[in-house]
Write a protein that binds this ligand. Structure first.
Ligand SMILES: [Mn+2]
Length: 344
């Protein structure tokens, strides 16, 4: 990929992790066609030795980073520096312009590689999904009517940590009218009989995200809410059924949106259909009305339609899905049938 006279500078944390396994937030990678460097402060030295076996470690001491970069480039006869344009702040760019190097900005160079997952990445995402859904299931077993959204959320997070995730990415628990907030955070509100509760949970295992949403009824719920549930469930299943290599994600978004429109709820589906997932919780490819992304085997993405009706409530159902050679494999496998919880 790189020419002999080119160096690739990597600043974005997730891209550094992808290319080197380094989990620290500081530091830089410089990759040439022959050699790989990691430039870090002394406090990261041990970590870099353990995580970045193929990299030469350069400790940034009093020499500043740009000076250090210049010396490495000179030593390796680098004439062109490729950098991530979304990661370089203006002050750093001004410094770069003083270097005797041709500057080449790149947008999404590494992100575009990251969309097709390696086997080890798929394994980590699968495990992350398994833990997320087990954490939800176990928390539902302990659920009682009038438990607060916060307590339910805390129980899910605690279960996931017990099951071995290193980090919780986020948790949404919204019930009753609050279900109309697609990104509402859990509050002290009690989850009451006759309401719906939506749980959207993502955790991180070995650096890889999961993302799953389920909506449940609390005891018996009214027909209107059940109708919304069944529309979202069918819309979600329609989206999942269309996933295969070479389809444009836009088509899937369109079909799902069309389905919800035909059932009379178009104005209440207020976000994109889904997103890629991996080292970041939201990454390429994005599935929406505006972007054109052709799916390929090895991509991992979510399908998550929702209907949110102010003053009434909402439903969202989301799976994390791997695109395979013949279609897809759903990685979040717990039931999507309408379930009433909390009764016993
Ligand atoms: Mn999601």
């Amino acid at each position: 990929m790189l020419k002999e006279n080119q160096g690739l500078l990597v600043i974005k944390k997730e891209n550094k992790f992808y290319l080197s396994n380094f989990t620290g937030s500081g530091g830089y990678l410089l990759i040439t066609s022959k050699k790989k460097y990691i430039l870090i402060e002394g406090k990261y030295e041990k970590q870099a030795q353990e995580q970045c076996k193929e990299f030469s470690i350069i400790i940034l001491k009093d020499k500043n980073f740009v000076q250090c970069l210049r010396e490495i480039c000179e030593k390796n006869d680098i004439e062109e520096l490729i950098f991530e344009e979304n990661e370089v702040v203006y002050s750093l760019y001004k410094e770069f312009k003083k270097l005797p190097l041709k500057l080449i900005e790149s947008e999404n160079l590494i992100e575009n590689k990251r969309v097709i997952k390696r086997c080890d990445e798929i394994e980590a995402i699968k495990k992350s999904c398994d833990i997320a859904q087990k954490a939800i299931k176990d928390a539902l077993d302990e659920f009682k009517i009038n438990m607060s959204e916060k307590t339910l959320a805390d129980n899910i997070e605690r279960n996931a940590k017990k099951l071995g995730v290193e980090k919780i990415d986020f948790i949404i628990v919204v019930s009753g009218k609050r279900g109309a907030l697609p990104h509402g955070r859990p509050t002290d509100k009690k989850i009451e009989l006759g309401e719906l509760v939506t749980i959207d949970f993502g955790c991180i295992y070995k650096g890889y995200h999961s993302d799953i949403t389920r909506t449940y009824g609390i005891g018996e719920v009214n027909l209107k809410l059940k109708e919304i549930y069944s529309i979202v469930k069918e819309a979600q299943q329609l989206g999942v059924s269309m996933i295969k290599p070479e389809i444009n994600a836009k088509e899937i978004d369109k079909a799902v949106r069309e389905y919800i429109k035909n059932r009379g709820f178009e104005e209440y589906f207020v976000h994109g259909l889904g997103h890629g997932i991996g080292i970041e919780g939201h990454e390429k490819p994005f599935l929406n009305e505006y972007e054109s992304n052709v799916l390929k085997a090895g991509m991992v993405l979510t399908i998550e339609p929702g209907i949110y009706i102010p003053e009434l409530g909402g439903v969202r159902i989301e799976d994390t899905i791997l695109v395979t050679n013949n279609g897809c494999e759903i990685l979040t496998t717990i039931s999507k049938e309408f379930e009433e919880i909390g009764l016993c």
